[in-house]
Design a protein around this ligand. Structure first.
Ligand SMILES: [Zn+2]
Length: 296
């Protein structure tokens, strides 16, 4: 899978990697079961609408020539456009996802951005913005097929309209949420707002944080621990000064893909992914984190 989203997967295992990174022996079970976590990012993130940038180099022979891919409308046109815009997954598509998971006996962690940032800066809770999809996701949680993870409140910097598309440039740098240069209070407000929305709708404690774009600071870790987060799933592991009480889940054993993969390639994408890794036990990120803390 090509990386176009600035490293939400990063060093994390990627869809398409055929190699299993590790094995975990279950307590009381002499057999060894290859176990990985499966994680789907960017559900409910308005960055899929606002994060717009184009290619700025075009390969010609052996050279990569400059190309004004961020100029006006060019950044919206395939194949020049890179990430957004693309639509949110529908309730019907989520039903297909649940079916594919159940058929394969797999669990999935869905990293949800809890607030949808409208173009005027208003923030709408995910279950209000996408009620039908949110209902199917809740059904998946109730059936034990899905874990819901906190993928931030906005996925972007909302101050000064920085998230909005520009006329003459891309806006990718602002579609991360937990920059170290933001005050700790902003980290706290965003983590808590997302926790409240997600726990309120799904009716279960949210224990996993997936920082957008793998960007986080020690401030994020501190406030996450305060807000009940126990596991962080991120390429790159713990930043210096990380708080106690948080387990950074082994990113080499987390297979990451994005809602964009399903929107662009259809539900068959997930079926192929599961088929490619048949023989692997796919669990949630939280379950993998618990295994990690239980195994010496
Ligand atoms: Zn993301």
């Amino acid at each position: 899978m090509e990386r176009v989203h600035g490293g939400d997967a990063g060093r994390t295992a990627r869809a398409g990697d055929a190699v299993l990174a590790g094995r975990v022996a279950r307590a009381g079970d002499s057999s060894v079961v290859p176990t990985m976590a499966l994680r789907l990012d960017d559900v409910g993130a308005a960055s899929k609408q606002h994060e717009v940038y184009g290619v700025t180099r075009i390969p010609i022979g052996r050279r990569a020539l400059p190309f004004p891919g961020n100029f006006l409308f060019l950044k919206y046109l395939p194949p020049i456009k890179r990430w957004g815009p693309y639509p949110e997954l529908t309730a019907a598509q989520w039903v297909d996802v649940l079916t594919a998971l159940s058929d394969a006996g797999a669990e999935l962690t869905v990293a949800v951005t809890a607030g949808w940032v409208e173009r005027d800066g208003r923030i709408v809770p995910f279950p209000v913005k996408f009620p039908d999809a949110a209902r199917v996701l809740r059904e998946g949680v109730e059936r034990g097929v899905l874990e819901i993870a906190n993928h931030g409140y906005t996925h972007c910097v909302t101050a000064d309209g920085l998230f909005r598309p520009r006329l003459f440039s891309g806006n990718r740098p602002w579609h991360r949420e937990f920059f170290d240069w933001l005050p700790e209070e902003v980290h706290r407000e965003h983590v808590r707002a997302a926790q409240d929305i997600l726990a309120g709708w799904f009716g279960v404690a949210v224990e996993t944080l997936v920082p957008p774009g793998n960007v986080l600071s020690p401030k994020t870790v501190t406030v996450a621990a305060e807000a009940g987060i126990r596991f962080i799933s991120r390429a790159g592991g713990a930043p210096a000064g990380a708080a106690d009480g948080i387990t950074f889940v082994d990113d080499t054993r987390v297979l990451v893909f994005h809602d964009r993969d399903l929107v662009k390639r259809g539900p068959a994408y997930l079926e192929r992914l599961l088929h490619t890794h048949r023989g692997t036990r796919f669990v949630s990120v939280r379950a993998l984190g618990r295994l990690q803390t239980a195994v010496p």
